[in-house]
Design a protein. Structure first.
Length: 194
């Protein structure tokens, strides 16, 4: 809520400046008091909203143990170095819940279940084991092989004699990696310090 919030109704006479300052002060205290230290939030602003928040770009906050004792007490050791806080680097990354949150492993992630752990890939190249099972058929007739050429339909190749053994099709595809990212919207992430 802000002073000009239409849900508050019209302003009435009196010292609007004093009332507005009191209201804004109360709104800030309520907002800050309702969000505990250590909370991460997606944020559409370009800078942290106050000195109680920081953007999450992997920076180190020195002397965090003394500056932010409530945060320091609850933060996992993966985000500490001495008395410094290691702010998670969420640039181009998606936070994912621990697979063993609450004490039992859900078996959904194949990475270690430790705070600060990372996984996934922006791009991926399929291996033969990841491709669907499939076959390529080459029809062999006495003296001929019937196959299909890309964009032309059936082609036949005259072979002398009766061929036997294994025939191999030509290679297709480039083996390049493909984009592995779901649709997304880019926002900043902020961390509550106090």
């Amino acid at each position: 809520m802000a002073w000009n919030d239409p849900t508050l109704g019209p302003r009435r006479g009196g010292d609007d400046g004093r009332i507005r300052r009191a209201f804004d002060s109360l709104a800030r205290r309520l907002k800050d008091g309702l969000t505990p230290p250590g909370v991460l939030n997606p944020y559409i602003g370009t800078t942290a909203p106050s000195d109680k928040w920081v953007l999450c770009y992997g920076q180190t906050i020195t002397d965090a143990a003394s500056k932010y004792p409530a945060l320091w007490e609850m933060v996992d050791s993966a985000f500490k170095s001495g008395t410094s806080l290691l702010v998670p680097d969420l640039r181009g990354r998606i936070p994912v819940g621990l697979d063993n949150m609450g004490g039992s492993d859900a078996g959904r992630l194949s990475v270690a279940n430790t705070p600060g752990g990372t996984g996934g890939a922006e791009t991926h190249t399929l291996t033969a084991a990841e491709m669907p099972s499939h076959t390529h058929t080459i029809n062999m007739y006495a003296g001929y092989v019937l196959g299909f050429a890309a964009g032309r339909g059936p082609d036949s190749i005259n072979l002398s004699g009766n061929p036997s053994g294994t025939e191999t099709t030509s290679s297709a595809g480039s083996g390049s990696s493909h984009n592995n990212m779901p649709p997304y919207v880019l926002l900043n992430w902020i961390l509550k310090l106090v």
